[in-house]
Design a protein around this ligand. Structure first.
Ligand SMILES: O=C(O)[C@@H](CO)O[C@H]1O[C@H](CO)[C@@H](O)[C@H](O)[C@@H]1O
Length: 475
């Protein structure tokens, strides 16, 4: 079977209407030229037309991946509701259907566990195209119907953004009131279940929780996970995407071992932290959670829920104190950490730039990160690779070991702008626009820009709408 990427290019046959910037005007360049001149010339009109085709196609992808109030990441490959995908996808929906954006969030939180956790996958409807499904997680029946692990908590950031940008403020306020206690419960869960020793930073207990499943950062800690005598299994991902782009069998054996161990204690969060043979301080989760706590605080103030503000402030302060221990000045990068050995993990990955998105990097760290990023970009045609292109384990097409992910590009660009690195941000934005013009896929090869992984991919479409499209039209 052909890899999905083969079928995933933009379905436009006429080259003149095919989305893509072809070295011409990108949203960022459009913004800059329009700010300098009052008139829109022919070239700009043409660029706008191309952007509009791309935006229309992105809306179409979200609509087609809508299974009734929730959006699957991609047909076949990922047939359920994924946690951080949905939070990012809601930002895309909000650009053309605010009510539907709110519905995405409501549906995600409809599966919140009693202890406050929001699962990494919600199994709303049965499917045979994904492994491991609900029968492996032991959650075929309600009230669970979801996995016993979580994912980077983007949701509060989404709710904050959706509210601020809402045209229908009445609906937005109703929805924020409804979602706020649920967000607070989830963030409290992170504090109690994932930082019971009050270190200031939260633990991630499964590579799937990090969202960057086979990141080279997890090689070392995964080596210390013994493979149990688990039931034989057949991977479904390899029927959708070429095995050379996916995690290895050795990784899957460990992913599954962890699931069976967690299931054996019924995912009791009080036990998991202590029994998991994989326990890391993940830069992505911690950066996203810090930023999400800033959003939660903003929402609390907006709603007048002032009694919870000191609690959130305490979490934020805890992060600020502990985060500096994740910076490695020798290589000018933040690093994830193995909590079980206490060692910073060697790999430099794109998650190392996410403290910019969090706004938790100091100005001098930000300056060094920008220099590191420039160095990375000088080694590849398109940015940002998910793994250091100078490292021996850089694999431009293998999932989180090299390819570019539009969602990470958005987060890092957002951070670069916040710290005043506008030119670098513009380079990443232009690259992203060019990449998306060749197909709205799961990820892209940084060496030649080829789209890869799953096709017609929801969060990539959402980034096109919520980031690139907005950037050009807000000029
Ligand atoms: O490969 C998988 O089976 C899933 C497991 O959660 O992860 C990928 O796919 C998910 C759905 O897009 C993402 O949320 C993850 O970050 C990751 O890219």
């Amino acid at each position: 079977m052909a890899p999905v990427a083969m079928m995933s290019t933009v379905p436009a046959t006429d080259a003149s209407t095919r989305p893509g910037c072809g070295g011409a005007l990108t949203p960022a360049v459009l913004v800059h030229t329009i700010k300098r001149t009052d008139a829109i010339d022919e070239q700009q009109t043409e660029a706008y037309k191309k952007l509009e085709v791309l935006l229309t196609y992105s809306r179409q992808i979200l609509t087609e991946n809508d299974l009734g109030g929730y959006t699957i990441p991609a047909k076949g490959l990922y047939p359920y509701q994924w946690n951080w995908d949905s939070a990012l996808v809601a930002m895309g929906w909000a650009t053309f259907d605010e009510a539907r954006a709110w519905e995405e969030m409501t549906k995600l939180f409809s599966a919140q566990w009693d202890d406050g956790m929001v699962s990494h996958i919600v199994f709303h409807k049965p499917s045979t195209t994904y492994f491991p499904g609900p029968e492996i997680w032991g959650s075929v029946e309600k009230p669970r119907k979801s996995t016993g692990i979580t994912q980077p908590p983007v949701a509060a950031i989404t709710v904050h953004k959706l509210y601020e940008q809402a045209v229908n403020k009445e609906l937005a306020l109703t929805k924020v009131r409804e979602l706020f206690p649920k967000l607070l419960a989830w963030h409290r869960w992170f504090k109690t279940a994932r930082d019971p020793e009050n270190t200031g930073l939260v633990a991630t207990l499964h590579p799937w929780e990090s969202g960057m499943d086979n990141s080279p950062a997890w090689d070392e800690p995964l080596r210390n996970v013994p493979v149990d005598d688990i039931p034989p299994y057949v991977r479904a991902d390899l029927t959708h995407v070429n095995s050379s782009m996916r995690p290895s069998q050795a990784e899957y054996d460990r992913f599954l071992t962890l699931v069976y161990r967690f299931r054996a204690v019924d995912y009791d969060c009080k036990q998991l932290y202590y029994l998991s043979p994989f326990r890391v301080t993940d830069l992505c989760t911690n950066s996203v959670l810090y930023r999400a706590n800033l959003s939660l605080r903003w929402l609390a103030e907006m709603l007048g829920e002032l009694d919870v503000v000191p609690e959130i402030d305490e979490w934020l302060e805890g992060f600020r104190v502990a985060f500096s221990s994740l910076y490695d000045p020798a290589v000018k990068m933040f690093k994830s950490k193995d909590q079980l050995t206490g060692k910073l993990l060697n790999a430099s990955t794109s998650a190392g730039f996410l403290p910019l998105f969090a706004r938790i990097a100091t100005p001098s760290q930000a300056q060094e990160l920008a220099a590191t990023l420039e160095q990375w970009l000088s080694c590849v045609k398109y940015g940002i690779p998910s793994n250091d292109p100078n490292s021996a384990d850089f694999e431009p097409l293998r999932y989180w070991r090299g390819p570019i992910w539009a969602i990470v590009n958005w987060m890092i660009t957002d951070g670069l702008l916040a710290y005043g690195y506008d030119a670098l941000a513009q380079r990443v934005e232009s690259d992203t626009y060019e990449l998306l013009g060749s197909g709205i896929c799961e990820y892209y090869d940084p060496t030649d820009g080829k789209p890869a992984g799953g096709g017609s991919f929801s969060w990539t479409a959402a980034m096109c709408l919520a980031w690139l499209g907005k950037c050009a039209t807000s000029a």
